[in-house]
Structure formats: structure tokens, C-alpha cells
Design a protein around this ligand. Structure first.
Ligand code: TXA
Ligand code: MG
Length: 315
């Protein structure tokens, strides 16, 4: 059910949950101080209780309120805001409900780039908003994706397709070394250029890792099989049993190709990634090969990481 800005604010202010647009993906929003509405988000998404939520604020002034001390060089972060960068800082435990932090003593915060999202926050106060998909499914980049997962009666503030199409980058600022917890719309190079120091990718033993990273993600219902180069793709095709290839405009195979666009333009590929993954199910495919033969730098890294996760695990 499509709703307008005022209706979205009214539902949130009376304890409800609505889907909201952001510049990255649609989010499932509740007011930060409404614990029972936040519980509904976990239930609706079937989200593990140990996976914390991002707090969306209208400007940086709120960050000082929610954190227990800002790190050095915090002001440099501001050049990414409003925009698709989420920072993890120590939480002011009195101001951020435990359920939103999943019991951690840190909190993730971002100022969304879309004006409509910030206009809504002005009417409701800070909002928690995980991506608006059932846990494990591809994120929603259109109102219709939200309806696919939560039903046509679910209230969605529709602002058309998301501009970015991939989630925010998450960076942990709590340790001596700043670490990248989730690759996303802002690249490692962009971060290092602005922050003036190296950013580490979080390794398996680092604490705190992003709890969300241990769960299965972005998967359509059909089985996806990753092929790291053209030879592997050709071998799998000979072996048979696949309905199509998820690839690029120049993926040359004998059979149907669902294209993510130009292989050299990862930002374009990311914009349509989630709708294309959902499209594979609509087309009725049960088994699809994935052409992973592309440059894995910058946003290409983000694309590779999302596709790899989509291929992982049982289908
Ligand atoms: O672009 C986005 O970030 C979207 C839009 C709606 O804003 N939101 C989003 O939220 O992707 P979600 O919940 O799907 O992903 C948030 C990620 C999860 O991997 C979660 O574990 C991590 O951020 N996270 C949240 N709070 C954290 C914390 N305190 N420490 C470490 N990781 C945290
Ligand atoms: Mg998500």
C-alpha cells in the first residue's frame, strides 16, 4: 500500500512500522525510542536478535547525542554526509535502546542522502531502518520489492527506484585502526583519501565485526553457481543443468543471459543488482550460473562481495 510522507509519519508516531526510501535501498523503519515497534521489525524480517540496526538521523548533531565520545578526525566523516556511509561508534547506552544495538555497546549511525528520508525524520525523530527485505533475500530497491516480501497491504513510502541500489558502507571507528565492516556505496579508496589514513578490512578475528556479515544474504530462491572466469563458465555450461547465466552485456554463451549491464561499469551493475536477482525468480529459473569475471576493485569489489554472498549456502 503506497502512502505519503504525512501518513508515514503518522504510522511511525503511533507505534507502527513502514517501509521508507533511502538513496541506497528501501528500509523498514521504526522510531528509535519505540522498542515495541523495533521488535516488530525483527519479527517481520525474521531477523536474528543479535544483528543490530542502523540509526538514521537528520544531521550530524544527533551523532554526538547517541555516542559516548567521537573519534579523532570525526569531522572528516562529515564530507560523506548526507550519504551512504554508516559509522560505528561507542554508544551512549542511555540514549540508544539495547534492542537497536542488539546488546552491543556500539551504535551504527548514518545521515541518509535522500531528502525525503530526512524530511520524514524531521517529523518523527531518529529512525532505525534495516533493509526492507525478509532476512537473507535480496534488498529492496523499489516499492514493489517491499510488497513482494511483506505483501501488498504493507505501507510503503514510495519514492521510485533507489538511486544507488546497494547498501551503505559500514566503517567501525571505535578501535585504534578504523575498519571496514561492510563494503558498500562508498569505496575504500574514497574513505582513505578523505580520512588520510588506511582503513582495514575487518578480518575473521577482529572485534567487533558486523554481526550481519555472518548471515546469508541477498539470495534469490533459485540456485546460483559462481564461475570465476570464462573457462569455468564454459565448463559448467557443457556439464549442463542450468537455465541461464547472470552476466553482462558481453557475456557470450549459447543460451539465455540476464545482464547486469556493462562489465566495466560496476556502479551501473549495482544499481540493478537486486532487482535483477529478484527477476531470476520471476522468470522461473531454478539454477543459474554467475559470470564473476570482472575487475574486483572499488565498486567492483562491492559487486563481487554481494554476488559471492548471493551464491553461498543451500538453496
Ligand atoms: O544502506 C543501508 O545501510 C540500508 C538503508 C535502509 O539505510 N540499511 C541497511 O541496514 O543495510 P541492514 O540492517 O540491512 O544492515 C546493517 C548492517 C548489518 O550488517 C549490521 O550487522 C551492521 O550494519 N551493524 C549495525 N549496527 C552495528 C554495530 N553496532 N556494530 C557493527 N555492525 C553493526
Ligand atoms: Mg540488510
Amino acid at each position: 500500500m503506497r502512502i505519503n510522507l504525512q501518513q508515514a509519519a503518522d504510522i511511525l508516531n503511533s507505534g507502527g512500522v513502514v517501509a521508507i526510501p533511502t538513496e541506497t535501498v528501501y528500509g523498514l523503519a521504526a522510531r528509535l525510542h519505540d522498542e515495541s515497534a523495533i521488535k516488530k521489525i525483527f519479527l517481520l524480517k525474521n531477523r536474528p536478535a543479535d544483528n543490530p540496526l542502523i540509526v538514521h538521523v537528520k544531521d550530524q548533531a544527533n551523532v554526538a547525542e547517541f555516542s559516548a565520545g567521537l573519534p579523532d578526525k570525526f569531522d572528516r566523516i562529515l564530507s560523506f554526509w548526507p550519504g551512504p556511509l554508516t559509522i560505528v561508534v561507542s554508544a551512549n547506552l542511555k540514549k540508544v535502546p539495547s534492542i537497536a544495538r542488539a546488546g552491543l555497546n556500539t551504535v551504527a549511525v548514518r545521515v541518509p542522502g535522500k531528502k525525503m528520508t530526512r524530511d520524514l525524520i524531521c517529523l518523527t525523530g531518529p529512525l532505525v531502518a534495516p533493509s526492507a527485505n525478509i532476512s537473507g533475500r535480496p534488498s529492496a530497491t523499489r516499492a514493489s520489492h517491499v510488497e513482494e516480501d511483506f505483501g501488498v497491504d504493507f505501507p510503503v513510502l514510495d519514492d521510485g527506484p533507489c538511486d544507488g541500489g546497494v547498501e551503505s558502507t559500514v566503517i567501525d571507528l571505535t578501535g585504534a585502526f578504523w575498519s571496514l565492516l561492510r563494503h558498500g556505496a562508498v569505496t575504500e579508496d574514497q574513505l582513505e583519501a578523505v580520512l588520510g589514513k588506511p582503513v582495514q578490512s575487518a578480518g575473521a578475528h577482529d572485534r567487533p565485526r558486523s554481526p550481519g556479515q555472518k548471515y546469508r544474504h541477498y539470495a534469490p530462491k533459485c540456485k546460483l553457481v559462481s564461475c570465476s572466469n570464462r573457462r569455468e563458465l564454459a565448463q559448467q555450461l557443457v556439464r549442463g543443468g542450468f537455465d541461464a547465466v547472470l552476466g553482462f552485456d558481453d557475456t557470450a554463451v549459447n543460451g539465455p543471459v540476464v545482464s547486469l549491464g556493462d562489465r566495466a561499469r560496476p556502479w551501473q551493475n549495482l544499481k540493478t543488482l537486486y532487482s535483477t536477482l529478484r527477476e531470476l525468480d520471476r522468470l522461473g529459473y531454478s539454477s543459474v550460473l554467475v559470470d564473476m569475471d570482472f575487475e574486483g576493485a572499488g565498486l567492483g569489489h562491492t559487486l563481487k562481495e554481494r554476488l559471492t554472498k548471493a551464491c553461498e549456502g543451500e538453496n
